[in-house]
Design a protein around this ligand. Structure first.
Ligand SMILES: NC(=O)c1ccc[n+]([C@@H]2O[C@H](COP(=O)([O-])OP(=O)(O)OC[C@H]3O[C@@H](n4cnc5c(N)ncnc54)[C@H](O)[C@@H]3O)[C@@H](O)[C@H]2O)c1
Ligand SMILES: [Mg+2]
Length: 289
């Protein structure tokens, strides 16, 4: 079972100095609850998130009602902000932690039906909620977001929002509006955010992303004409956007996150689809050069 405290996952140090999410057995969690004088029924709030390769059911539980420091001491770990966790987790568990947090958040904010205003009850697995008065079933939702790496054939566009960690740049992204296709949303976002006209689009891959409230990221590559590359950056959305050379991007991919002064350019963590798009682009550029 993965534990969260107010939606922050519990991480533990490994012997190799890396981090992994703490995975506790059901009886481990039961004894934490007993030791802290908590009601054992809290366990019923756990949500099914998957099945391990050893065919073990995997659950997550938010223990936000317990004292954070007391739980951390009992299980020898720390509850870490999810964005920060993504820079610390190296293993394949990051998507599972993201899924767990997204489902827990959904339950915490879906206690009442938006149609009737009446309380909802969850099913046993935690995959849906039912309105107590109308029987209407609601399911967790994701917002479609297009994310695109724009290239002019030799360089790519990366942008940063003011809220990003210092020095970090990413691929351009934006929410799809109601009624838009993926391609329409992509062309609109690129035009709005950096003033470029997209000539062609190719789909890469997708991922669930827990921020800001569960996004379904649709990752694409796009090309623009090398004759029309002037950027007009929408400063209300982006603090900066620039063209970067293959060499600059390849060097940034080697940068490891660390404390202290950030390097001039660093990129989103490996689990982020932006990282995958950027890596794919460098591979493509190396094969054509
Ligand atoms: N996984 C990755 O690699 C990666 C990289 C970059 C961005 N992202 C995610 O993509 C998301 C969207 O990117 P963006 O912030 O540039 O989007 P954006 O360019 O559409 O701008 C965000 C604004 O869009 C509006 N908006 C429209 N529909 C919305 C909705 N359904 N939910 C929230 N806001 C909505 C809000 O006013 C919001 O401030 C971000 O929240 C970020 O978490 C993921
Ligand atoms: Mg955007």
């Amino acid at each position: 079972m993965f534990l969260f405290h107010r939606l922050n996952p519990l991480l533990q140090n490994t012997e190799r100095g890396t981090f992994r999410p703490a995975t506790l057995t059901c009886s481990d969690v039961q004894s934490v609850l007993e030791n802290l004088g908590a009601d054992g029924s809290l366990l019923k709030e756990s949500v099914l998130i998957g099945c391990s390769e050893q065919n073990q059911a995997e659950f997550c539980l938010d223990v936000g009602r317990l004292d954070q420091a007391a739980v951390e001491e009992m299980v020898t770990g720390s509850f870490v902000d999810l964005r920060k966790s993504f820079f610390l987790l190296s293993g394949a568990e990051a998507p599972l932690v993201a899924k767990g947090q997204a489902l827990l958040r959904w339950h915490q904010t879906s206690g009442f039906s938006s149609a009737t205003g009446q309380p909802t009850r969850r099913n046993q697995a935690g995959s849906q909620r039912v309105c107590s008065s109308s029987g209407i079933i609601s399911y967790p939702t994701m917002c479609p977001v297009v994310i695109v790496l724009v290239s002019d054939g030799t360089r790519c566009v990366l942008g940063r929002q003011a809220a990003f960690p210092r020095g970090m740049y990413s691929a351009l992204a934006g929410f799809c509006d109601m009624g838009e296709s993926l391609e329409e949303a992509l062309c609109r976002e690129v035009a709005e955010e950096v003033g470029l006209e997209v000539l062609s689009v190719s789909y890469s891959s997708s991922q669930h992303w827990p921020f800001p409230h569960s996004s379904f990221m649709l990752g694409c590559h796009a090309s623009v004409s090398p004759a029309h590359t002037q950027l007009i950056v929408d400063r209300s959305e982006l603090e900066d956007a620039r063209w970067f050379s293959l060499q600059e991007v390849m060097s940034a991919l080697q940068v490891k996150p660390r404390r202290g002064d950030p390097p001039p350019l660093w990129l989103p963590p490996k689990h982020a689809i932006a990282h995958r798009l950027i890596t794919e682009w460098t591979q493509l550029m190396q094969t054509v050069s």
